[in-house]
Design a binder for this molecule. Sequence first.
Ligand code: NAP
Length: 343
Amino acid sequence: MSDNNLTIAIVGATGAVGAVALDLLADRAYPAERIITMASSRSAGKKIPYLDTELIVIEATPDSFEGVDVAFISASADVSRALAPEAVKRGALVIDDGSAFRMDPDVPLVVPEVNGADLEWHKGIVSIPNCTTTPLAMSLAALGQANSVKRVTVATYQAVSGTGAAAVRELDEQAGDLLAGRPVNPREYPHQIAFNVLPQVDDFAEDGYTGEEHKMINETRKILHNAEIAISPTCVRVPVPVTHSESVQVEFDAPMSRDEATRLLSEFPGITVVDDPQASVYPMPAQASGEDEVFVGRIRKDASHPNGLALWIACDNLRKGAALNALQIMDEAVRRGCIKPSR
Ligand SMILES: NC(=O)c1ccc[n+]([C@@H]2O[C@H](COP(=O)([O-])OP(=O)(O)OC[C@H]3O[C@@H](n4cnc5c(N)ncnc54)[C@H](OP(=O)(O)O)[C@@H]3O)[C@@H](O)[C@H]2O)c1
């Protein structure tokens, strides 16, 4: 449980991640008077229901961070670049959801269950990983305790909420339009997303991988403190509202049995194994959405390599993939004495 004396700013409170952060704070009955909701000038004055009251959104400006102990920034990389240093200057710990600082060597990139100790060297800003990286890093950390990981291939099945609240509305609209026989007009993606699958998340780089795929490679290595792991991702957008899924093949330096993998994953904090394929029991977005856990199933020996293992992951991208991980970073920072209330 976090320290309820901390004054918290939620920058991006009107967005997909910000809304879940407020839900999670409400679940903890975090006092409304300790929460400052911020967004762009467009949303200033907007009221957000919270417990038995309402929070009024203010425009995020440098001065709005006066008196803030912890600033969660869930807006865009540009907003983070502009506002995070201002919040730090005013004494806040910034926990940033975006990509702006993730690969900065002065910024810890943290999944508390994996590398919480990295919080000890923060200089004011802590980043959370991309929502596809977090569940992969947790699964590899669990398995890597017994057997070092050499190589990973992963295909993602990413929900539209990973793009933000506007993409969720667009999926709804497109599905309605297509079912009614009306044409669709893609805005958030280069193609229609309803009843479709897009093998593109983010822009393509010269090497043929996308920005999202590079994030998975670089961030996983940084979190695991292992620059040697070979990782080849293919990131795919699917018409699912919430929860990213991943099909993962891991190659170790020695064989690992299904039983050992199941035990390691089951014992790892934050992971729940859901794996009874004969009964058609495995992780799915419809079951994982709204849950805090990383769900892993379809655990099996990889038929293509003697040291290989295959598995399937599902994780709510807005909770453990974003807002929950951010709140857990605050809890871990409090526990380690890396943050103290300013008043
Ligand atoms: N969605 C995910 O699954 C996920 C997972 C991990 C990390 N992230 C990261 O989290 C961040 C937010 O994502 P999201 O999905 O919540 O996006 P979103 O639904 O599009 O929400 C964006 C939020 O940013 C606010 N904003 C825009 N311009 C601003 C400004 N100049 N100053 C202050 N606030 C501003 C918006 O406020 P207005 O309503 O006023 O425009 C809105 O509240 C992104 O950096 C994303 O990469 C997202």
